[in-house]
Design a protein around this ligand. Structure first.
Ligand SMILES: Nc1ncnc2c1ncn2[C@@H]1O[C@H](COP(=O)(O)OP(=O)(O)O)[C@@H](O)[C@H]1O
Ligand SMILES: [Mg+2]
Length: 261
């Protein structure tokens, strides 16, 4: 389990509004066992953009997302709102990047939903009133207002995913990084998630295999394969490129639908 504790001190002078909200430049990373997962990733995301990150299993999507708030530290440059990610800036970076793991059980660890969502704001040093207000707001945003006193462990997968998203929304991040948010959801929970993501006015980088979700929700799509960005462009254009999609193990949403029917 990862605990992301932003520090109390945030030095506003370090941020620069002119920079892209997320800047990644020539990022390389190998796991301790020697497996190379990222081979020179460069990516810029402007404030307000919602970007889908797709690619086959093992492409490096999760590894990349784990770099956004410094859980993993590769070689290369990452900046969040102009702030370079390094040991000194981790608290400021983590206050700005809301990272939601694929498995909500990695994110939820408290006896109640309230405590899980309050955890981040409490550790930001906010007053009790403000913490409660943030928890109420975050749970309302994900449609889980009636769940304050429930035990996260006993929720459905869809409910857990919503609470996991609320835990980062309560930190009021500038960028939301979601790792396969629709994986493991039934159709109704998935529909709820799509509506939620559509309505959230935040910059997003969302890794997913769900090409129907990509088509419905995103304008821009980045394709990764074998640790590299192999395409970065408009969803409409890239979903039209059958050869490109097939080369990287992706299917068009309508093709998936044909296979299912
Ligand atoms: N903890 C780890 N130790 C060693 N190799 C890992 C670890 N996690 C992932 N990998 C490897 O890193 C590569 C990228 O994995 P990952 O980022 O999980 O891809 P994706 O999320 O696109 O499926 C894969 O080759 C995977 O096997
Ligand atoms: Mg992954």
């Amino acid at each position: 389990m990862f605990m992301l504790l932003p520090d109390l001190a945030v030095d506003a002078s370090l941020s620069a509004d002119s920079a892209p909200l997320l800047l990644i430049d020539d990022l390389h990373f190998a796991y301790p066992d020697g497996r190379v997962a990222l081979r020179g990733i460069s990516l810029r995301v402007a404030r307000g953009e919602k970007v889908a990150l797709v690619g086959p299993n093992g492409a490096g999507k999760s590894t990349l997302l784990l770099h956004l708030n410094g859980i993993l530290r590769g070689k290369g440059r990452i900046e969040i709102a102009g702030i370079p990610v390094n040991d000194r800036t981790l608290p400021q970076v983590r206050a700005r990047v809301g990272l939601v793991f694929q498995n909500p059980d990695d994110q939820l660890f408290s006896p109640t939903v309230f405590e899980d969502v309050a955890f981040g704001p409490l550790h930001m040093g906010l007053a009790a009133d403000e913490v409660r207000a943030r928890v109420d707001r975050a749970l309302a945003m994900v449609g889980m207002s009636a769940y304050h006193e429930r035990h996260p462990y006993h929720l459905s997968m869809g409910e857990k995913k919503r609470v996991a998203i609320a835990t980062v929304l309560a930190m009021e991040p500038e960028i939301l990084a979601l790792d396969e948010p629709s994986a493991g959801l039934d159709p109704r929970a998935r529909r709820g998630l799509i509506n939620l993501l559509r309505d959230l006015p935040l910059t997003m980088l969302v890794s997913t295999h769900d090409m129907a979700l990509v088509q419905e929700l995103f304008d821009r799509m980045v394709i990764m394969d074998e640790g590299r960005v192999v395409a970065d462009g408009s969803v409409t254009t890239l979903l039209d490129d059958q050869a490109l999609l097939e080369e990287h193990g992706l299917e068009t949403p309508w093709k998936e639908r044909e296979v299912r029917d």
